[in-house]
Design a protein around this ligand. Structure first.
Ligand code: SIN
Length: 331
């Protein structure tokens, strides 16, 4: 009988903090401090992980993900880019707070230059909670990161049995363990025990096909988000246009806003100031046949927090609004 040799993969687990590394009152799921446990201790605490792959760890930061900075994004991406050149490394898992996980995931999706699997996970319950979800999420993320099926799929999020694309994943619950989905796009697949099942793939450009490169980048242009509501003071746009390099509007419906906001947006665009229209609605497509100079760049299906990541990367390459508009269709 010929036995097939199963190669043991080498996976690096990168810690950044979050609830998965959180500590609180034993048993409780709320009232805890995120980012307390170092990633090597997290890995050591979960039985069975070492039989999945050869694991090594790297702590990049250990914070609540609301405190993740642009410098942290760049550090994580650069670390993955450098390490992925090592033939002995097969894939990466990033442990991260869930609150801004989708933003970091999308940033990495656009800036890491490797086909090797990069999987992000986290937890909704701290490590000290009864039925903490971190151990299983970490287990499944490693199963995904060592899988040949995850190669070339872009940055992936593994959470509560499901696989999501970094571009489309969205946090949809602020306390349930099944906290993520892709809205109209479902999920890409599942992880069950030691198996990975893929059904879908994002058609948007990512990783090695992305034109964004962090080589020599120390700081990215700053983009803010202006949340529109009925009666919103237009003065916020004046302020943000002076303090930011670009603004994303979290508009009503299909990216809409009031007459005074529209007029201000048109003036900003005429001056060449980048304005992207996205929606505060949880799903749907913001697109426009109307003129770019009047209505701005459309965020497509990106929510405001992801549209600002893309606009910031676009602005690191060009300030031409037509070129930026094209980039928003590709990514
Ligand atoms: C965080 O995002 O760091 C805290 C919340 C979480 O991880 O669920």
């Amino acid at each position: 009988m010929i036995l097939q040799k199963i190669e043991t993969k080498n996976i690096v687990i990168i810690g950044t903090g979050g609830t998965i590394a959180g500590v609180g009152r034993v048993g409780n799921t709320s009232s805890y401090e995120a980012g307390q446990i170092e990633v090597n201790d997290l890995v050591d605490a979960v039985e069975g992980l070492s039989s999945l792959a050869n694991l090594s760890t790297k702590n990049i930061t250990n914070v609540d993900s609301c405190d993740i900075t642009q410098e942290d994004y760049i550090k994580i991406a650069n670390y993955i880019n450098q390490s992925s050149e090592d033939n002995n490394i097969d894939g990466f898992v990033v442990t991260h707070g869930t609150d801004t996980l989708e933003e970091t995931a999308y940033f990495l999706n656009l800036t890491v230059k490797t086909n090797k699997p990069v999987v992000i996970t986290g937890a909704m319950r701290p490590a000290t909670a009864t039925s903490a979800d971190g151990p299983l999420n970490l287990y499944q993320a490693i199963v995904l990161a060592r899988s040949e099926k995850a190669i070339g799929k872009g940055v992936l999020v593994s959470f509560c049995d499901c696989i999501y694309s970094a571009r489309d994943v969205h946090k949809v619950s602020c306390f349930k363990v099944n906290a993520f989905n892709q809205k109209d796009f479902g999920c890409l697949g599942y992880v069950r025990d030691d198996e990975v099942y893929f059904y879908n793939e994002s058609s948007k450009l990512h990783t090695v096909k992305s034109e964004f490169d962090l080589k020599d980048v120390k700081k990215l242009p700053y983009v803010s988000v202006a949340y529109f509501f009925a009666g919103a003071d237009v003065g916020i746009l004046d302020y943000l246009s002076k303090t930011s390099n670009g603004v994303v509007i979290a508009g009503a419906g299909c990216g809409g806003s009031s007459k005074v906001w529209n007029k201000k947006i048109e003036e900003l665009l005429k001056d060449g100031f980048p304005v992207v229209r996205s929606t505060r609605i949880s799903s749907g497509l913001v697109t426009s046949e109307k003129s770019l100079n009047k209505y701005g760049i459309c965020a497509d299906t990106l929510p405001p927090q992801k549209a600002r990541i893309l606009l910031s990367l676009c602005l690191s390459k060009t300030t031409d609004l037509n070129k930026i508009s094209d980039m928003f269709r590709k990514y």
